[in-house]
Design a protein around this ligand. Structure first.
Ligand code: ATP
Ligand code: MG
Length: 485
C-alpha cells in the first residue's frame, strides 16, 4: 500500500497499463510540514484579492510535475507541492516573528525579494514583526537584528546589492538556531545560492531536532541559473540583458580595429547559461565557450584555427567565454594548486586573461596584425538592480515563500515548468543545473554562431550516455510500481 510509505517527495503509481505511464501517488509528503495541522483560517479570505479569484486557495493535493514531456509509457517522475495560499494557516498573524537573511554573492533582485517578503507578510498576513539579519549567516549571532517595515524597504528594489549585506562562510548551525530560539523567531527566510540552501537545510534539521515550531523558507539565488529543478533563477534575465551591453562594446571595439577581437567574460562557474543566452540574444558573437563543452586551442579544429579563419573571412570577431570554461587548459599550464574561498569554493583562474595571451602569442608567431580587447563585466552585472521581468519574478517568489511558511512548510521555492512549487531542500542542492550540450538549445547556439563544436564523436557519445542515465528518475526505495485499481 503506497500510502503507508512515508516519502520525502514522491512516489509513482501506474494508472493504466501502457497508456500514460506513471503519475504521483496521491498521498505524497512532498516537503516537510510542522507536526500539527494548520488550524487558523487564512486571513487572506478577508483580502480584496481573494474575492476576485475563482479558486483562490491552492488545493493541498495539487502538485507540479518536474517533467512535462514524457515518452509513452515512461515514468512521469517527481512531482512537487504546488505553491500558493492555503485555506488554513499554521501561524496566527500576531504570533509571527519572521527574519530574512541574504548569503553568498550578489545577484540582481535580492532587494526586490527582501522588499516583497516584508510587504507581502505585512500586507497579506498582517505580520508586523519582521527582522533583517545583517551580513549573511554569521549575522544571526554576531550583529543586531534590523527591524524591517514596508516603509523602510519601500524603494530598495531600485538599488543593486542587498540592503542586509551578505557574506561567505560563518555558518555555525548551533549558534544560528540558538539565536532563532532565543529570539522567538518562527519564520526564517533564507535567500542565497547552493551553499546557502545547504546551510538552510542544516538549520532546518537542527530546528526539527529541537522540536521548534519554525518554518524555514529558502529562496534560491544564483545569477548563473545553475540551481537544479527550477526553471530559472531570479536575476538571470537581468544578467543576460546587461551582458548584451558588454558584448555590444566588444563588437564595437572589434569592428573598429583591423583584425579586431572582442573578448567578453561572463559569469558561469559550472554552468554556461548566461554565456549561452547572451550569445543567442546578441547575434554578434562568433564563438561561445562554456564549462560544459570542452574545447582545445591548437591544431586542426582548435580555437586558434577558428579565430584565424574568422578574422580572414570577416576582419573582426567576438568571443564570449563563461568564467568556468577551459579551467582544465589553464590548470595544465599553471602549477598553482587549488585555492578556496571562505566558503570552500574553488577559486577560478581567469580564463579571459589566459585566452587573451594565448591568442596574442599565436598571431605574433604568425606575424599577423591583430588587436584584442578583453572586457570583464562580471562584477558590474552582479551589482545592478533587477529588470522588470525579474522584479515580477522576485515578487511572485517572495509571495510563494510567504504562503508556504504561513502554512507551516519548510522548503525551497521555485518555478517548475511554469508553476511555483515547494521543493525539498536536498533536491535543489544535490545536483547542479547545467547546459546540456546534447540538447537542442546548444545545437541552436552552434548553428547561430557557426563555431566548431570542438567535440569528437567519442565526446558526443559519452555526453549522450550521461544524459540518458541522468534522465531516469529513481523510484523511491521500498516502492515498486503500484498498479492502480
Ligand atoms: P553563490 O555561490 O551563488 O554566490 P552560495 O549561497 O552558494 O551563493 P556560498 O558562499 O557558497 O554562496 O555559501 C553561502 C553561505 O552558506 C555561507 O555562509 C556558507 O558558510 C554557507 N554554506 C555553504 N555550504 C554549506 C554547507 N554545506 N553547509 C552549511 N552551510 C553552508
Ligand atoms: Mg555557490
Amino acid at each position: 500500500n503506497a500510502s503507508s510509505v512515508s516519502l520525502a517527495d514522491a512516489a509513482y503509481v501506474k494508472i493504466s497499463e501502457g497508456d500514460f505511464g506513471y503519475v504521483l501517488d496521491d498521498v505524497p509528503h512532498l516537503v516537510d510540514h510542522l507536526p500539527d495541522a494548520p488550524t487558523y483560517p487564512n486571513p487572506l479570505q478577508d483580502h480584496p484579492a481573494y474575492s476576485t479569484v475563482k479558486q483562490y486557495f491552492v488545493n493541498e493535493d495539487d502538485t507540479v510535475p518536474q517533467k512535462v514531456v514524457v515518452q509513452k509509457s515512461s515514468r512521469r517522475g517527481v512531482h512537487f507541492r504546488r505553491a500558493g495560499p492555503r485555506q488554513r494557516v499554521y501561524f496566527e498573524s500576531d504570533e509571527v516573528k519572521a527574519c530574512i537573511v541574504t548569503c553568498g554573492g550578489l545577484c540582481p533582485g535580492l532587494n526586490t525579494v527582501i522588499r516583497e517578503l516584508v510587504c507581502g507578510l505585512s500586507h497579506m498576513y498582517n505580520v508586523s514583526k519582521i527582522y533583517g539579519i545583517q551580513n549573511g549567516y554569521k549575522g544571526f549571532y554576531s550583529s543586531n537584528y534590523l527591524t524591517l517595515t514596508p516603509k523602510s524597504v519601500d524603494d530598495i528594489h531600485k538599488r543593486g546589492g542587498t540592503v542586509l549585506g551578505t557574506s561567505r562562510g560563518g555558518h555555525d548551525t548551533k549558534k544560528i538556531v540558538d539565536n532563532i530560539q532565543d529570539r522567538g523567531i518562527n519564520q526564517v527566510y533564507i535567500i542565497g545560492g547552493d551553499g546557502t540552501q545547504k546551510g538552510a537545510y542544516e538549520i532546518f534539521k537542527e530546528i526539527r531536532k529541537r522540536g521548534l515550531k519554525v518554518s524555514v523558507a529558502g529562496v534560491p539565488k544564483t545569477i548563473d541559473n545553475d540551481i537544479a529543478i527550477i526553471d530559472k533563477s531570479f536575476g538571470f534575465d537581468t544578467a543576460v540583458e546587461e551582458a548584451q551591453r558588454a558584448i555590444d562594446s566588444a563588437h564595437v571595439e572589434a569592428c573598429s580595429a583591423e583584425n579586431g577581437i572582442g573578448l567578453v567574460k561572463l559569469m558561469g562557474r559550472y554552468s554556461g547559461f548566461i554565456a549561452m543566452y547572451a550569445t543567442l540574444a546578441s547575434r554578434d558573437v562568433d564563438c561561445c565557450l562554456i564549462p560544459e563543452s570542452p574545447f582545445y586551442m591548437d591544431g586542426e579544429g582548435g580555437l586558434l584555427q577558428y579565430v584565424e579563419k574568422r578574422l580572414k573571412e570577416n576582419k573582426h570577431m567576438v568571443i564570449v567565454v563563461a568564467e568556468g570554461a577551459g579551467q582544465d587548459l589553464i590548470a595544465k599550464s599553471l602549477s598553482a594548486s587549488e585555492q578556496q574561498d571562505a566558503s570552500g569554493n574553488k577559486l577560478l583562474l581567469d580564463i579571459g586573461l589566459w585566452l587573451t595571451h594565448k591568442i596574442k602569442d599565436h598571431f605574433k608567431s604568425k606575424k599577423m596584425e591583430m588587436t584584442i580587447k578583453y572586457i570583464d563585466p562580471t562584477y558590474m552585472i552582479r551589482a545592478i538592480p533587477s529588470n522588470a521581468s525579474d522584479n515580477v519574478y522576485c515578487t511572485l517568489l517572495a509571495h510563494s515563500a510567504i504562503h508556504g511558511a504561513m502554512a507551516g512548510y519548510s522548503f525551497t521555492v521555485g518555478n517548475v515548468n511554469g508553476r511555483h512549487a515547494y521543493i525539498p531542500f536536498y533536491r535543489v542542492t544535490s545536483t547542479r543545473n547545467k547546459v546540456k550540450i546534447t540538447d537542442r538549445m546548444w545545437a541552436r547556439l552552434l548553428s547561430s554562431t557557426n563555431q566548431p563544436s570542438f567535440l569528437s564523436q567519442k565526446d558526443i557519445d559519452e555526453a549522450k550516455e550521461t544524459d540518458r542515465t541522468a534522465n531516469k528518475p529513481p523510484l523511491p526505495s521500498g516502492l515498486s510500481h503500484h498498479v492502480a485499481n
